[in-house]
Design a binder for this molecule. Structure first.
Ligand SMILES: Cc1cc2nc3c(=O)[nH]c(=O)nc-3n(C[C@H](O)[C@H](O)[C@H](O)COP(=O)(O)OP(=O)(O)OC[C@H]3O[C@@H](n4cnc5c(N)ncnc54)[C@H](O)[C@@H]3O)c2cc1C
Ligand code: SF4
Ligand code: SF4
Length: 440
């Protein structure tokens, strides 16, 4: 009888700091080590006690500066090379903590988009999210589902199918007629508990921000607000990209230990998907309701914002003519209004112009203003600070007018005009009027 050979063990190596790479992030590596084998120097760099290191790679994975690598002795490298070349199965040492986590995460499947509605009318951002959600669901190989809460709102489930969802969870009852945090949190958490989605996307609107935060707290998961990019990594984690540190860097945030992974995205950040008339899907109508007496908030009246005559909704405009500090004063914005009138557009502004009191806050474009995606965005006397760019750089065409040829706005401009806006804008208006006359 032949004796069975023991399966070769894969060497795990030990952690090692790479010279000059540590950014002293605050000892994340030390906190992640399960066997306390990392000490920190006075300058905030780690020293690994290699005799205690079990090669779990937790410090390697957590380090934001990719400063720690795994070190293998020449003998271990030899074993690794042999194992790689042979067909003998390798006995992987399983980290019980990691295995438990993987089991927990595997219970969650599916990409959900919350369909925000007011008086039965869906917010456009919900459909934009179905567009990006479809890509995520395809990468993950799971269903794209809409979550609809309201009264008599089944039509929104069908609308969600037209924008790419294949399933809609519907809570349809009088208590959900108008958005109220208590009722919607109860309803959504009930659905999450029952069906366990791995990703939930919501609009970064007043309603979405309020609801997402409350749900994330209740189900004890992470939430990334105002994402500008969403993708899936090779471990099924959602990579949520958003501006950080005042917009000076783009951070990719992961929620790799908790589910669902929740993100909000501002309107107009994601492109609108194509509407496919006649698409169908499955509606899961859930009878779960919340007793009206348990909801303390009562909605007396809904007063719509920015749709009245006084307000201007710049987010839906196809042509935006924005002015910055280069406009020199509130009175000069009438020049931009003239150009906007010729193009049937609206006037926007940089934060400097808003802070100076030249334009109202609802016209501000940028990180702390509105995100816009018009066909044409004309930036007049705007330098192009990153906080402004994140709000308009996805416009189809950007025309920049600035007298400083080195202004960063020219880096995102489709067409750049270096010159004095007080000469260029009147010349543009005159040219458009002339073309209109000739065209008549
Ligand atoms: C946390 C945070 C959030 C922010 N959020 C926003 C935001 O949402 N939106 C936003 O816009 N900013 C935001 N900012 C501010 C941003 O950093 C910039 O300060 C701001 O965008 C600059 O506005 P501006 O381009 O109008 O002014 P400036 O940077 O002063 O630029 C004026 C430009 O006008 C040009 N100019 C002057 N005169 C003329 C002329 N006659 N003809 C042609 N060109 C002329 C100049 O060459 C210059 O490039 C934020 C900042 C922070 C820290
Ligand atoms: S590899 Fe694991 S055991 Fe070794 S130092 Fe890093 S965290 Fe600690
Ligand atoms: S996690 Fe990385 S950057 Fe942070 S202290 Fe440790 S080695 Fe340095």
């Amino acid at each position: 009888m032949s004796e069975q050979k023991p399966k070769p063990k894969k060497p795990r190596g030990v952690a090692r700091l790479q010279d000059g790479k540590c950014i002293a992030c605050g000892a994340r590596c030390q906190s992640s080590c399960p066997v306390n084998c990392i000490e920190m120097t006075d300058s905030g760099e780690p020293i690994v006690e290699t005799t205690k290191c079990i090669g779990c790679q937790k410090c390697v994975k957590i380090c934001p500066a990719v400063a720690i690598e795994m070190y293998f002795t020449p003998e271990e490298q030899q074993i690794l090379a042999t194992l790689a070349a042979s067909s003998v199965p390798v006995e992987e040492e399983i980290d019980p903590e990691a295995a438990e986590l993987a089991k927990k995460l595997a219970r969650y499947r599916g990409v959900w988009v919350f369909v925000e509605q007011t008086e039965g009318e869906a917010a456009k951002v919900s459909w934009e999210l179905l567009g990006v959600g479809a890509g995520l669901a395809a990468t993950l190989g799971v269903e794209l589902c809409a979550v609809v809460l309201g009264e008599d709102v089944e039509a929104l489930c069908h609308e969600a199918f037209a924008y790419g969802a294949t399933k809609s969870y519907l809570l349809d009852a009088p208590v959900y007629r108008n958005y109220r945090t208590e009722a919607y949190v109860e309803g959504c958490c009930h659905l999450i508990e029952a069906h366990k989605p791995e990703v939930i996307l919501m609009g970064a609107t007043g309603m979405g921000r309020d609801l997402a935060g409350a749900i994330a707290t209740r189900v004890a998961t992470g939430l990334t607000a105002d994402c500008t990019g969403l993708a899936i990594d090779d471990k099924r984690n959602l990579m949520q990209t958003r501006p950080a540190f005042g917009g000076n860097i783009m951070a990719t945030i992961m929620c790799d230990k908790f589910r669902p992974q929740m993100s909000t995205v501002r309107p107009n950040v994601m492109p609108m998907p194509e509407r496919r008339e006649g698409s169908t899907g499955v509606i899961i109508r859930d009878p779960f309701t919340v007793p009206e007496e348990s909801v303390l908030t009562k909605v007396i009246e809904i007063i719509r914002d920015s749709h009245g005559k006084a307000g201007v909704d710049i987010t839906g405009a196809e042509f935006i003519i924005s002015g910055g500090r280069g406009m020199m004063g509130a009175e000069n914005f009438s020049l931009l209004q003239e150009l906007a009138d010729e193009l049937d557009g609206v006037v926007g502004a940089s934060r400097s112009a808003v802070d100076a009191g030249w334009m109202p806050g609802d016209r501000q474009v940028g990180q702390t203003g509105k995100t816009v995606r018009p066909k044409i965005y004309i930036a007049c006397g705007i330098s192009g600070a990153i906080q402004h760019l994140v709000g308009m750089q996805d416009s189809d065409i950007v025309i920049a007018i600035n007298r400083d040829s080195a202004a960063p706005i020219f880096e995102v401009a489709t067409y750049g005009i270096v010159g004095d806006l007080f000469q260029v804008v009147p010349a543009l208006i005159a040219k458009i009027r002339e073309l209109k006359r000739v065209g008549k």
